[in-house]
Design a protein around this ligand. Sequence first.
Ligand SMILES: O=C(CO)COP(=O)(O)O
Length: 260
Amino acid sequence: MALRRPMVAGNWKMNGSSALAQELFKKFAVKLQNDSAEVVLCPPAIYLESVRQLLEANKEALNGCLVRMGAQNLSQHDFGAYTGEISGQMLKDSGCRYVIVGHSERRRMYGETSDIVAEKFAAAQKHGLTPILCVGESGPAREARRTFEVIAEELDVVIEKNGTMAFDNAIIAYEPLWAVGTGKSATPEQAQEVHAFIRRRLSEVSPFIGENVRILYGGSVTPSNAADLFAQPDVDGGLIGGASLNSTEFLTLCSIAMSA
Ligand SMILES: O=C(CO)COP(=O)(O)O
């Protein structure tokens, strides 16, 4: 078993259906062979209950394979007059283990600042969820050679509020904005370079955290590029958008992670 168990997390975004969940579980029961990788489904909140029921109903068929559930977002608040929001406690109550925090689509389209992201990270942990913290630079930032600077800023705000040790119970996802939903993935070398940078930065404070935190790559991962990406020493799997909506492709990605 690798030091860090690979993870494949499917971020459905505002896509999918309960039928997709059923289809996935039918295939999981047949195709997932072992627990050498962890599989996470992050459907829209309205489908969390369907996925929870499928997890329960397929417990035996999954035979120890690690399939878990995550949400795509949470409120930074515990409860109250926040129409349309969902708290960490509610997600925990619904059977979530993980929650994506700071996805670039939320930062860009819903005004989530790094401070809000840091609060959401704290709220997730407070309620017993493991945050999957997304960081990543834009295309222009990369062209201006500001990749490390942007990633460091995004990380540091979360570290300042929560401390480096908080990453003992967190996952990081490197998702360069120019690769998200564009069909243009980072090369394995580009991903590895940034993953190593993130690991080093955490190692400066805690070598233990640096060595153990799982860092996923996200951005146009498909069955044709996943093996090379997942084979990088600091890439511990993927956060998958588009390809997580196709059950055959998603299962292929899970198999690749299992043999990475
Ligand atoms: O944003 C992503 C996952 O969170 C990546 O999306 P794509 O895999 O569709 O590029």
